[in-house]
Ligand binder design. Structure first.
Ligand code: SF4
Length: 704
């Protein structure tokens, strides 16, 4: 018999959701390998997933016990859990009594497990009585959520990964899955290898690694996406390459879309987008010829001042061609985080309600508050991610509780975030690692268990729920986020938090979904452990899950039809470039780093690929701005500056520069923190920040 014990779990990085087998030796040392039976990755793992065990083994950076500042301006000191939670209760109760429930907020993460996400939403919306609970998922997919709701009636990803092997045309828009969703990309690549006639269109202002398999790279200028998709739509309509029967029987608002496209000129569109008319025509002909057409998109669309409009315009292409609710077809937004989808299930944002119920619907709010047995849920949406930090800065929000995220590096306009944290009356940080720069501002620091140190569930990009096993005990006095939350809630005197296990939280979540479009009342831990992962809905305990939505062509809108939404804005309402700030900064990920590097930054093997931040700049711009490859440049915007190494490249358009978003403090200063530069502009509906468009200037750095 092997001395190793094996545990099935899921990767805690991207939304692909690869299955992992963690093996533990008798000394408690763990190693990981891809789960060959998991339908997502079939044994494969990317570089990040392969090195997950190093994150668990290396405890040198871990927060091991609660720490507290007895008063502002003093160092934090080690305290017991009782002292820490009593302090949290005393401060939050005082704030609520003195300033009202809306004076406090919770800011959480798409890396939280579904049970944790559920609990913090129940606590905030159902008991504290404020909807000031938002998540860093606001920064990556809130525009997609709105797009889906407007077009399909609900936030529902219709596609499954198995559709990849059935499609013959892909449009990868504003995404670089080769680096950011590697195993998903590997499946597309393998499919293309087997079926060379499969067409792949990549839309991106940068020539990324995903272009390696592209038949057509539409290297558009930043922000011109809607113009491109409208031009393709117009071409499809003009050439009669649309699905008339689907449009007539299963959609609304086609005539309005058609009318809005009347004035679209391919010549103008090509000029504005910086591509050729022939390229637009080619894209339309690939899509028009397709038997199975999948659009895949991520932050390039969502993180924009017109992110919702970009989603609307792209979704229209799937509806025009009837490529939804059938094999190998559909609009597929990729989630960046492992449990962004689980967070959406539990209503993990300031404007959402648990179980995909509607915060603005009186009946839904009553239903949820009756189920929870707490306060009446407020109809007023809470503060979103950036609004929360604005309110901290202005003093409207007094206290914030930050869980599993590092806003000091990940939010836009980081210097403003820093001011907000300094100005806050009380900051709680609940996390695993001292590597998070936000920890510095914690008045109360709570040690949480990390991946493999707790059990729970997550839902990946294709609605697949997977159980994560606990493999090892957390170090020091760290406990799971669920335990921290329910301990706090009990001390606040709230009824309904007397759970004895995380499984009980999951059961409650599943019951609340009964009868909804995301019904998972047929799921439980036992099924997930024994039978593996399931795609929702799973309404019965004999139900095997739902790989594809809308096969019956009934959508979740009032009419049952999908809706064409005419994008309100075609051109971005982003910051304008000027003579002083003539370049457009776009930010994004690199292959081997994850978010703000609190985990990947400590794995040596992951540092070999790209060890430090860099500014990618076109050769012509480098010449014009007098910088050379390898120079240290000063990059400035109206909000701040960074010093960063120059990488001259032909892969990026003239007029655009790229800076990875991962780095915070390097060598003790904020040398490469991209968000020193980014704007506060957000999409007016989704409130997702415009990370892909900030005006900057680049000069060679000269030591003062
Ligand atoms: Fe993890 Fe994503 Fe890599 Fe899969 S593709 S191993 S989920 S980081």
């Amino acid at each position: 018999m092997s001395a190793f014990k094996s545990y099935k779990t899921t990767c805690s990085y991207c939304g692909v959701g690869c299955g992992i087998i963690a093996k533990k030796d008798p000394k408690g040392v763990i190693t990981v390998e891809g789960d060959p039976d998991h339908p997502v990755n079939k044994g494969m793992l990317c570089s990040k997933g392969m090195n997950l065990h190093h994150v668990v083994q290396d405890k040198s950076d871990r927060i091991l016990y609660p720490e507290m500042r007895w008063s502002k301006g003093h160092d934090r000191q080690r305290v017991s859990w009782d002292q820490a939670l009593d302090r949290a209760v005393s401060v939050f109760s005082t704030m609520i009594d003195k300033y009202g429930s809306d004076s406090i907020g919770f800011y959480v993460s798409g890396q939280c497990l579904t049970e944790e996400y559920y609990l913090v939403n129940k606590l905030t919306k159902g008991f504290i009585g404020t909807n000031n609970i938002d998540t860093n998922s606001r920064l990556c997919m809130s525009s997609a959520v709105v797009g889906y709701k407007q077009a399909l009636g609900e936030d529902s990803v219709p596609v499954a990964y198995e559709d990849i092997e059935l499609a013959d045309c892909f449009m990868i828009a504003g995404a670089n899955p080769a680096w950011c969703h590697p195993i998903l990309f590997r499946r597309i690549e393998a499919h293309k290898e087997k079926n060379p006639n499969t067409k792949i269109i990549v839309v991106d202002p940068r020539k990324t690694q995903s272009c390696d398999i592209a038949d057509l790279h539409l290297q558009i200028l930043p922000g011109t996406d809607v113009i491109l998709y409208n031009a393709i739509a117009k071409r499809l309509i003009d050439r009669k390459r649309i699905d008339k029967s689907f449009i007539a029987n299963h959609t609304d608002n086609f005539e309005a879309l058609k009318a809005s496209l009347q004035s679209v000129s391919l010549t103008e569109a090509a000029k504005t987008c910086g591509i050729t008319i022939a390229e637009i025509k080619k894209a339309a002909s690939y899509i028009g010829d397709a038997k199975g057409f999948i659009t895949l998109w991520a932050m390039g669309l969502n993180q924009s001042s017109i992110g919702v409009n970009k989603n609307n315009a792209l979704l229209n292409l799937s509806l025009l061609t009837g490529h939804i609710g059938k094999p190998g077809s559909g609009p597929f937004s990729l989630t960046g985080q492992p449990n962004a989808m689980g967070g959406r299930e539990v209503g993990g944002m300031a404007n959402l309600l648990a179980a995909h119920k509607d915060l603005s619907n009186d009946h839904h709010r009553r239903e949820v508050s009756n189920f929870w047995g707490g306060k009446e849920i407020s109809a007023k949406p809470g503060l979103t991610a950036t609004e929360m930090f604005d309110a901290l800065e202005s003093g409207k929000l007094k206290a914030i509780w930050i869980i599993c995220t590092n806003p000091l590096v990940s939010l836009p306009n980081a210097n403003k975030v820093e001011k907000a944290l300094k100005n806050a009356k009380f900051v709680v940080v609940q996390d695993i690692s001292h590597r998070s720069e936000t920890v510095e501002y914690a008045d109360l620091l709570l040690p949480a268990a990390g991946w493999a140190e707790k059990e729970g569930t997550m839902t990946n990009s294709e609605r697949r729920v997977t159980y994560l096993n606990k493999v090892v005990d957390p170090p020091g006095e760290a406990i799971s986020d669920s335990e921290i939350l329910w301990n706090f809630a009990r001390r606040m005197g709230y009824k309904g938090f007397d759970y004895s296990s995380v499984e009980e939280v999951y059961k409650e979540h599943c019951i609340l979904t009964k009868g909804t479009n995301i019904d998972i009342s047929g799921l439980n831990y036992n099924r997930l452990k024994v039978e593996g992962s399931f795609q929702w809905p799973v309404p019965e305990n004999t139900h095997s899950g739902t790989s594809r939505l809308f096969e019956n062509k009934r959508f979740y809108t009032d009419t049952g039809n999908a809706k064409f939404v005419v994008p309100r804005f075609t051109k971005p309402t982003s910051e304008m470039i000027t003579e002083k700030y003539p370049l457009i900064l776009t930010t994004g990920r690199v292959r081997d780093q994850w978010h703000t590097r609190t985990k990947t930054g400590k794995v040596n093997r992951l540092l070999t690929h790209i060890p430090s931040p860099y500014l990618e700049i076109n050769r012509v711009d480098a010449y014009l701005h007098k910088v050379k490859d390898g120079d240290i440049a000063l990059v400035e915007s109206k909000r701040g500056k960074v010093q960063v190494k120059i990488k001259v490249s032909d892969a990026i358009n003239k007029g655009v520069v790229f800076l990875p978003m991962h780095w915070g403090k390097v060598l003790g200063n904020d040398f490469g923190r991209a968000n020193n530069l980014t704007t506060n502009i957000v999409d007016p509906i989704s409130k997702e920040p415009d990370f892909k468009f900030s005006a900057v200037r680049v000069t060679k750095f000269v030591k003062p």
